[in-house]
Write a protein that binds this ligand. Structure first.
Ligand code: HEC
Ligand code: HEC
Ligand code: HEC
Ligand code: HEC
Ligand code: HEC
Length: 347
């Protein structure tokens, strides 16, 4: 135990492992290693292990927006209740077609053979390593709530590009005035250090960048904002761009498959009568090419309506992967899935 604690102290001190936004200093209050790791009197070798680590995650997430709150009561009891994938059950469960994860990263992050939040999530670097569904902490295209300053102008985040890096931003006006005259600076660590403008974003430079439409922040051309109206010195906005911090890629359901390998079945396998042992499961990895399939652009949502123009609900849409094939995530979603297609789920 002592050696492991000392090992962790050494690792905590090393710069090799940083955490991605929002699990970093861009959050308010800032998140640092010791927000999650307590070096003394904590339980478990990784210092985070009371009841798996759902407790640790909940200790912050419970006070955040509703889509981050996952109490134990929402865990699935298949056929009976629940709106979220289980996070405390044994990894091996024949009835659910679940076995030991084939991916060693997941297999080494079980706790006593059981799932935990960090089996599927890499709360440190998962966003940078595996991206996935992009999340922004504000509504794209809608004025962001100002957290300081007395100006009347608005700041809007434009749709970030898919290549955007996980990053938290603080935008602050350094010279007031109308859009175009007013200038601003950017911080990625909650205001501890700043980037100013010298024709390029430059750490510590005193001058701001002119405000305007579609002005790029300090992630290449990936993240742009639009200023409108009149600003005062000290006007400030915070937001982040990130991803669900996964432990492996899941853009083609790979993470689902690594544990539920029994359910990885093609339509040819099912149509041939299968092996007589495995339970049948809906085929995956198939494009919609049969005469009875709708073209990918025309598939309906769970509610029988056109996905794009139908009921305006995004969480009842069946999502194909980028090659238009059916994957586990076409029909399933890991959290906040109430199976009621008439309401928008929290995401
Ligand atoms: C949001 C919470 C959180 C933050 C912030 C955080 N950690 Fe962790 N860390 C964890 C959890 C939870 C585990 C245990 C993961 C497991 O066992 O599955 C862990 C495990 C580790 C491990 C063991 C290796 C591993 O990945 O399991 C090291 C080393 C570590 N953290 C270092 C750091 C350092 C250094 C920082 C600061 C840059 C940091 N952590 C920030 C939650 C966090
Ligand atoms: C020290 C506080 C803290 C702890 C502990 C913590 N988180 Fe977070 N987490 C945050 C904050 C802050 C956000 C940003 C969302 C918000 O503002 O509420 C966030 C967001 C996330 C996101 C979503 C990122 C996105 O795409 O929007 C995931 C996934 C996540 N956390 C997973 C975890 C997991 C898994 C654990 C436990 C291993 C954990 N977190 C523990 C503070 C924490
Ligand atoms: C079986 C794997 C698995 C487990 C266990 C798991 N998650 Fe997730 N979680 C995912 C996947 C996959 C996504 C990304 C979904 C997507 O593509 O948007 C996700 C997304 C999230 C998000 C982003 C918001 C959302 O609903 O999409 C948060 C926050 C989160 N998980 C927190 C947690 C916490 C906290 C725990 C433990 C209490 C946990 N997760 C357990 C697989 C898991
Ligand atoms: C780390 C291994 C692991 C991963 C990754 C995983 N599952 Fe599971 N899954 C399980 C286990 C174990 C169970 C059985 C839980 C229990 O005892 O109820 C399960 C159960 C389920 C259930 C039944 C409801 C429930 O939670 O009990 C569904 C549906 C499901 N998984 C779908 C998915 C999908 C979709 C993905 C990909 C986002 C996924 N699983 C990823 C291990 C995993
Ligand atoms: C075409 C849609 C679809 C696809 C694709 C799909 N599922 Fe399901 N899955 C369902 C439905 C619907 C149910 C609920 C069946 C019920 O209530 O009896 C279900 C149930 C489950 C269950 C609960 C146990 C059971 O048999 O009822 C698990 C586990 C599961 N799916 C895992 C997966 C995994 C893993 C994948 C990807 C390999 C996947 N599913 C792909 C629609 C799908």
């Amino acid at each position: 135990m002592r050696a492991r604690v000392l090992g962790l102290v050494a690792l905590l001190a090393s710069p090799a492992l940083a955490a991605d936004a929002p699990h970093d200093e861009s959050s308010s209050p800032a998140i640092i290693c010791s927000s999650c790791h307590v070096l003394h009197k904590s339980s478990g070798g990784s210092l985070t292990t009371t009841a798996g680590n759902a407790n640790l995650c909940a200790s912050c997430h419970n006070s955040r927006g509703p889509s981050f709150v996952l109490p134990d009561s929402v865990q699935a009891d298949p056929g009976a209740s629940g709106t979220s994938h289980r996070w405390d059950a044994p990894a091996v469960n024949a009835a659910m077609g679940a076995g030991m994860p084939l991916n060693p990263e997941l297999a080494t992050h079980l706790r006593d053979g059981k799932l935990q939040c960090s089996t599927c999530h890499d709360q440190h670097n998962g966003a940078a390593l595996f991206k996935g569904t992009q999340h922004v902490s504000v509504v794209v295209g809608t004025p962001i709530t100002r957290t300081a300053g007395g100006g009347t102008g608005t700041l809007v985040l434009n749709q970030p590009l898919a290549a955007a890096n996980p990053k938290g931003y603080r935008v602050e006006v350094v010279v007031g005035g109308a859009t175009g005259t007013a200038t601003f600076r950017v911080s990625n660590d909650n205001g501890m250090t700043w980037y100013g403008w010298t024709g390029a974003w430059t750490g510590g430079a005193p001058n701001g960048r002119p405000t305007g439409a579609s002005v790029a922040l300090n992630d290449g051309a990936n993240v742009t904002v639009t200023f409108s109206g009149t600003f005062a010195v000290g006007d400030r906005w915070n937001f982040y761009v990130s991803y669900p911090l996964l432990r492996m890629a899941n853009d083609q359901g790979q993470m689902c498959e690594t544990c539920h390998s029994e359910r990885v079945q093609s339509s040819a396998y099912i149509e041939s009568g299968a092996d007589g042992t495995k339970l049948f499961s809906h085929p995956i990895g198939e494009a919609l090419l049969k005469p009875y399939d709708r073209a990918p652009a025309n598939i309906l949502d769970c509610n029988g309506q056109t996905q794009t123009t139908g009921d305006g609900l995004s969480t009842n849409n069946l999502r194909l992967d980028s090659a238009n094939t059916v994957r586990c995530m076409t029909c399933h979603f890991p959290h906040h899935t109430d199976s009621n297609s008439l309401t928008e789920d929290l995401r």
